[in-house]
Design a protein around this ligand. Structure first.
Ligand code: PMV
Length: 337
């Protein structure tokens, strides 16, 4: 009744911003991301037969409050599934999770964490691997986690059902499709963001007059970017990613109270990207709900882009490439995939 899984974070090229159902975490629009190797979160879940309070430890610390509750809620969904499939409901769980990258300020650590948790918890309960079910489950921990079950390029289909069963991540191209793509995270700030994505989205949906336009446009951008990814057209992909990031942040700026995740260094990096392009370097930015820009480039231009990031205030650069599927580690169940 014990399993360990490893999952990568992801960065959205067309972002998810706003829920139509807060409890089930159902989005207003579809989104599309690249899974990021080599960064990963590794999670172990062990179920005991006896009932009792779950033990949750994240990055070496006992989790408390909302953080713990989100994990416990997901474990509860796994117990329910195991029971429904005649496996008997597992008892109390011991869960430990650790990531190999900074947990705050815009990197999607929760996506990797909930993806690894969904895979490990289902396996520990004796359930067979099933990417669609794992994605649907991970989504209920953190929306973007549904895009970290599979590697490469993943579209989160928003779905239309009220129960959310058709709202999950679907791999369109695997990591081997575009191995020379590079994604460089420039750490311009390590501060924990003041407004979490969850709250930022809620405020934006409720008060930004631009919200309906955002949701409609994002769905169209998901459709537009797929053929560009298929033909590995960095310029076309980069242009969609940049304008989608601007549109998400513009929608958030227009909320009441306004929401701004950018720092002066963020803008300075964005402007440096535009300058670099004039010099023939292929580089485009995207930005999640935090100040740290993620630059899309190729293996060829990676060194030039890293240099400019450092010159514009990045204290650290995390270099990523398309990553693989979430995997079970050291367990016979991993042979199934
Ligand atoms: O899944 P959450 O609640 O961490 O929200 C993620 C929101 C963005 O990172 C800003 C966009 C995205 O699609 O990943």
């Amino acid at each position: 009744m014990k399993a360990t899984a490893k999952a990568h974070p992801n960065i959205a090229l067309v972002k998810y911003w706003g829920k139509r159902n807060e409890r089930l975490i159902l989005p207003h629009q579809s989104s599309l991301s690249v899974t990021l190797g080599p960064l990963a979160v590794t999670t172990t879940v062990e179920f005991e037969a006896a009932r009792g309070d779950d033990e949750v430890s994240i990055n070496g610390k006992v989790a408390q409050g909302g953080e713990r509750e989100r994990v416990v809620a997901l474990l509860q969904l796994v117990r329910r599934e195991a029971k429904a499939r005649g496996l008997g409901a597992p008892g109390r769980a011991r869960m430990t999770s650790a990531g190999d990258f900074p947990a705050a300020a815009g990197l999607a650590s929760s996506a990797a964490a909930f993806a690894a948790l969904a895979v490990a918890a289902r396996a520990a309960a004796g359930l067979k691997r099933d990417v669609k079910t794992e994605s649907t489950l991970a989504r209920q921990g953190s929306g973007s986690a549904c895009r970290s079950i599979e590697g490469g390029f993943v579209r989160w289909n928003k779905g239309t059902r009220a129960d959310g069963r058709d709202s999950y991540g679907e791999q369109l191209f695997d990591a081997a499709h575009w191995p020379e793509l590079r994604l460089l995270v420039g750490m311009v700030s390590r501060e924990e963001k003041e407004v979490k994505s969850r709250d930022g989205m809620r405020g934006t949906v409720k008060t930004s007059p631009y919200y309906p336009a955002w949701a409609k446009d994002a769905d169209l951008e998901v459709k537009r970017i797929v053929p560009f990814i298929k033909r590995r057209d960095l310029e076309a992909v980069g242009e969609v990613a940049e304008r989608n990031a601007w549109r998400m942040h513009a929608t958030a700026f227009a909320a009441n109270p306004p929401l701004c995740y950018l720092k002066p260094e963020t803008l300075s990096v964005i402007q440096a990207c535009a300058q670099l392009r004039k010099q023939g370097v292929g580089v485009w930015f995207t930005l999640d709900a935090g100040p740290n820009p993620v630059l899309l480039t190729s293996q060829r231009d990676e060194a030039a882009v890293a240099k400019v990031l450092t010159a514009h205030g990045a204290s650290e650069i995390v270099r990523c490439h398309p990553g693989g599927d979430a995997q079970l580690i050291g367990s016979p169940a991993s042979v199934g995939r």
